[in-house]
Design a protein around this ligand. Structure first.
Ligand SMILES: [Zn+2]
Length: 113
């Protein structure tokens, strides 16, 4: 389960941020998970509970925002949601595209006290 390593990175980053900025308590962490990131949101939630154990983040809320995978057709330039269109351009029906969004796992926001 590679979510555990990814989650550990997120938790480390947040803890470091909190230390450097003299944050008393982090109340909420929001992360964006792209549809094409290969990350399973449910697994990530489970790993969050594991990774924050015995850290200053215990009690913090964890929110996942899912980001659609969007492709730009190389033939006609149409942009479209990949999964909904079975990875083919709805305009010209080709399956050659560049990924515009949906690949990343990023920390989107923090709420601190
Ligand atoms: Zn097209």
């Amino acid at each position: 389960m590679h979510e555990l390593g990814l989650m550990q990175n997120i938790v480390d980053t947040v803890l470091e941020y909190a230390r450097k900025n003299s944050v008393r308590k982090v109340s909420k962490i929001v992360v964006e998970v792209g549809e094409m990131s290969g990350v399973v949101p449910e697994a990530l939630e489970f790993c969050f509970d594991v990774c924050i154990k015995d850290t200053a983040l215990v009690g913090a809320e964890f929110e996942i925002v899912r980001v659609s995978a969007v492709g730009k057709c190389r033939a006609c330039g149409e942009t479209f949601p990949l999964l909904e269109n079975s990875f083919s351009c709805p305009t010209c029906n080709r399956a050659e595209w560049d990924l515009l969004s949906g690949r990343d796992l990023v920390i989107k926001g923090l709420e601190v006290i």
